[in-house]
Design a protein around this ligand. Structure first.
Ligand SMILES: Cc1ncc(COP(=O)(O)O)c(C=O)c1O
Length: 431
């Protein structure tokens, strides 16, 4: 194993810095990357679900180089062609006709700005998030996240949490469809108790990210839209992880297309991670509010031309190569393959997913659904599996009891098959 080769770096999300011990990555191409010793790894997580086009996509590298040759940076006070073009493309694909785009530099900053905008637009203070959600690491965003990562750092007032539609472990002890969407009723009750006239917005990941990869039963999303309309609350879709084809639609909420959100939060796949960029896409009504109201916020690098050029190129490649549809189709194949694995390996409690965004929830007992380890701890046996997979050149995602498969949308099918065969063999080992 490599020694700690970055002794001066504080690494993100570590239990203990002294545990950090990773190879130095020297390069990559497509779904593969390699370290300085030459060992190759198949990227089955897309690096925290953002390298939608794999590594070093030639079209993106060329677009960045071209833009760098022309104009690296110009402030928002001036026009920039890549920014204008990217915003136009996002609005066209978002289904938010007549909408506009506010650029940030990350997912967390998109959450921060959407919270502020929702408060200005509605004149209300409170925002609702859900348990088992993640919206970013900055103060408001981490407070909004219903996640252990906010323990001890909750800093923002006027944030309320609702219970999520996590059917495998329904917080209401029900099952679909006899539950009659109890989770949505609960949300309406929560709003009544908090006072509808105090609530600005509801923030929801259309498919929950690494807190479980669930998306609720049947028409849950449509029900959320109806509840928000009833109480005059804005519905915000956090598409940071689910956007840009990850789930088999351009944006996750488009699986329930008649229930469009008022705002969408974007980052990650927006540039396929080739440069950092985030955005809030607003529908016409929300965008029009700022026609005659002040927008007293912004970031120096908002809509940075280099990053926007990467975004334009990424959206072009998604479209040209049919990658949204590919995610849907290859994702179907992936789910079937994972279900076959579940039939062989009792440690797999449930297979969940949409598009190329899938997870295995691992259990100690399939009958009782007893988790392998209490959430959010990672079971030592899963740690061991991930380490052995890495040794064999396969890099899946993990969190808690979840083994997450979210490869680049352009991964070769034979590579994905090979990566899954390695995981299949390891899942058959000792638990
Ligand atoms: C749904 C969701 N929202 C927001 C964020 C925060 O994005 P960033 O890390 O770019 O700030 C993430 C990051 O994983 C995410 O998954």
């Amino acid at each position: 194993m490599p020694t700690n080769n970055e002794p001066y770096v504080l690494h993100t999300w570590q239990q203990r810095q002294t545990d950090w011990n990773a190879p130095t990555v020297a390069g990559g191409a497509g779904a593969w990357f390699w370290d300085e010793s030459g060992q190759r790894y198949l990227d089955l997580s897309s690096q925290a679900q953002c390298n939608h086009l794999g590594h070093q996509h030639p079209d993106l590298v060329a677009a960045i180089q071209r833009q760098a040759g022309e104009l690296c940076f110009i402030h928002n006070a001036w026009g920039a062609r890549p920014r204008a073009e990217l915003a136009e493309r996002i609005v066209a694909k978002s289904g938010l006709a007549g909408g506009k785009v506010f650029f940030t530099t990350s997912g967390a900053e998109s959450t921060e700005h959407a919270i502020k905008m929702a408060r200005w637009i509605t004149g209300r203070r409170k925002v609702i998030g859900r348990y088992r959600s993640y919206h970013g690491a900055t103060s408001n965003a981490i407070t909004l996240s219903g996640d252990n990562r906010n323990w001890g750092v909750v800093a923002a007032p006027d944030v309320v949490h609702a219970l999520p539609p996590y059917c495998y472990r329904c917080p209401f002890g029900q099952s679909y469809p006899t539950c009659k969407l109890r989770c949505a009723q609960h949300l309406a009750e929560l709003i009544e108790w908090e006072g509808p006239e105090t609530i600005a917005a509801l923030f929801v990941e259309p498919v929950v990210g690494t807190n479980g990869l669930f998306f609720g039963p049947g028409d849950y999303w449509r029900e959320l839209r109806a509840i928000c309309d009833r109480y005059g609350i804005l519905l915000v879709a956090d598409e940071v992880m689910t956007g840009f084809g990850r789930t088999g639609e351009w944006f996750g909420w488009q699986h329930w297309p008649e229930a469009a959100p008022d705002m969408m939060l974007l980052a990650k796949g927006l540039t396929a991670a080739h440069l950092p960029l985030g955005a809030v896409a607003l529908n016409q009504r929300c965008a029009a509010f700022f026609d005659d109201h002040s927008l007293p916020t912004g970031l120096t690098y908002a809509g940075h031309p280099l990053c926007c050029a990467a975004g334009v190129a990424a959206m072009e490649v998604y479209e040209r190569d049919g990658l949204v549809q590919r995610s849907r189709e290859l994702g179907q194949w992936l789910l079937t393959r994972l279900q076959e694995m579940a039939a062989r390996h009792p440690v797999i409690g449930e297979v969940r997913g949409l598009g190329l965004f899938a997870a295995l929830e691992l259990v100690a007992d399939r009958e009782t659904r007893q988790p392998l380890a209490p959430w959010p701890q990672m079971p030592p046996s899963l740690k061991k599996l991930a380490a052995e997979a890495q040794r064999r050149g396969v890099a899946p995602g993990t969190r808690g009891n979840l083994l997450i498969i979210s490869p680049p949308l352009n991964i070769l099918r034979e590579d994905l098959e090979w990566g899954l065969s390695v995981l299949d063999e390891l899942l058959g080992g000792e638990w």
